[in-house]
Write a protein that binds this ligand. Sequence first.
Ligand code: FAD
Ligand code: NAD
Length: 491
Amino acid sequence: MASEYTDHQTVRMTEAEEYDVVVLGAGPVGENVADRVRAAGLSCAVVESELVGGECSYWACMPSKALLRPVVARAEARRVPGLRQSVQGPLDAEAVLAHRDDYTSHWKDDGQVEWLDGIGVHLYRGHGRLYGTRKVSVTSPEGEHHVLTARHAVAVCTGSRAQLPDLPGLADVNPWTSREATSAKEVPGRLVVVGGGVVAVEMATAWQALGSRVAVLVRGEGLLPKMEPFAGELVADALCEAGAELRTHTSVTDVVRHTGTGALTVSVRGPEGDERLEADEILFATGRAPRTDDIGLDTIGLDPGSWLPVDDSCRVEGSDWLYAVGDVNHRALLTHQGKYQARISGAAIAARAAGVPVLESDPWGAHAATADHAAVPQVVFTDPEAASVGLTLAEAEATGRRVRAVDYDMSGVAGAGLYADGYRGRARMVVDEDRRVLLGVTFVGPGVGELIHSATVAVAGEVPLERLWHAVPSYPTISEVWLRLLETYRG
Ligand SMILES: Cc1cc2nc3c(=O)[nH]c(=O)nc-3n(C[C@H](O)[C@H](O)[C@H](O)COP(=O)(O)OP(=O)(O)OC[C@H]3O[C@@H](n4cnc5c(N)ncnc54)[C@H](O)[C@@H]3O)c2cc1C
Ligand SMILES: NC(=O)c1ccc[n+]([C@@H]2O[C@H](COP(=O)([O-])OP(=O)(O)OC[C@H]3O[C@@H](n4cnc5c(N)ncnc54)[C@H](O)[C@@H]3O)[C@@H](O)[C@H]2O)c1
């Protein structure tokens, strides 16, 4: 690490303000690091440039799920005989958007600030930057400067932002990113969605059901490429049945917004050659970039704009005081996994501050985020839901282990048939044949989001197959798919 930064022209020094721990970024992850270190009796300051609660509360998880819940509930109700007839009408888009607004507290963070206050964390509003070893400078919106010193640790929890492709003039047409897709006040007539990942499928599902005519453009083979192939296939079928158009092997080459009408012409290249699509909005759901370009990484010898690789206690490699937690370390860009890392790193910071000589850093120890490697769960809140934990078959095979995939058509489960008429879904478990434990599980189908934690327990707990036979699923629930998977494995 480089020695302390001394450019006093960049920041006017104020009297040093000292804390045990300084957290940069008050998203869900920064909040949880602060909570953990406070619970261990350390003093803590948090620096936030926008809203306490971060991307998740205002432009990601919460608004997107508030938009999707009525969509999925209506689709499921339409599959229940006796109820179907009552839910044939369109969604009340205005009411759905109003519900979404309530869920984001109308983009106000008073509640979260009160919570921080309640746990005794000092909030500095403003843009924070590292300022040499264990120091953070903050410039408030009013132009006031503070230099905070951390006695033990600085935790960078600045998250990620949408990554736009490098198309000339793209910024001039004001494309939607995940922020606009989750906060838009009106339903666009025609929406082009670029990308086939989680943001793309969730937002295509939501806006198609809210009344947009959606076209999804995917440059690769299909949707949800990070999951088992059948997940993307089932979600694609459902999106198309809902009226969306899906074009694979298709890339955007140009986007023009017309003055006057405000409409867009989107030039695309696909299997049919070059074409032009007309749209009212275009959403780029093309991945994320780390928010590290302007956080003073250069003052400690690190590269601005890079993800921050960490060890299993979330400490930045080569440092004894700098931690990077949540999206910014690029381990698993998910709120629940970032919060898990916050619990682990908070405990590690507290243990090191207390002078504990040896941390519990063995796999699955209290100071090791082992689940990041072996048991990351994710639910994609589309209709049908897609939920997974651990490794896909392809990932498991790539580790060189002797593995076997066991598949089951979930329509054969009694509880699934009761849950929805004509239930369509599929399950896969990936078995480590030598250890006879599960490496990964994927469920796709209505209602599987609430099923995946059972698989997370099995994978993280490395529960032997022989013992899984004794975990008896209740009749008649969808969970009986576990029994069917075990029977299929036994043959
Ligand atoms: C549309 C969408 C839907 C999603 N849905 C889900 C979901 O359903 N479930 C799920 O688990 N995950 C979901 N995610 C992912 C989830 O939003 C992220 O994993 C999560 O927000 C990461 O939390 P974080 O605290 O690391 O970062 P963020 O939530 O991005 O918070 C970082 C905070 O740091 C602040 N900050 C940044 N730079 C500075 C600076 N220099 N000074 C001061 N403050 C700074 C930011 O203002 C922000 O408040 C979704 C993502 C998107 C885009
Ligand atoms: N329910 C959830 O858990 C949830 C919901 C939304 C987002 N998230 C998380 O947020 C993160 C971001 O999601 P995301 O969907 O933006 O990213 P992603 O990485 O999952 O998907 C991005 C997709 O865009 C494609 N792409 C990239 N550049 C492109 C280009 N120039 N042209 C066309 N396609 C391009 C990629 O091939 C990829 O399939 C993910 O890690 C995801 O796990 C989670």
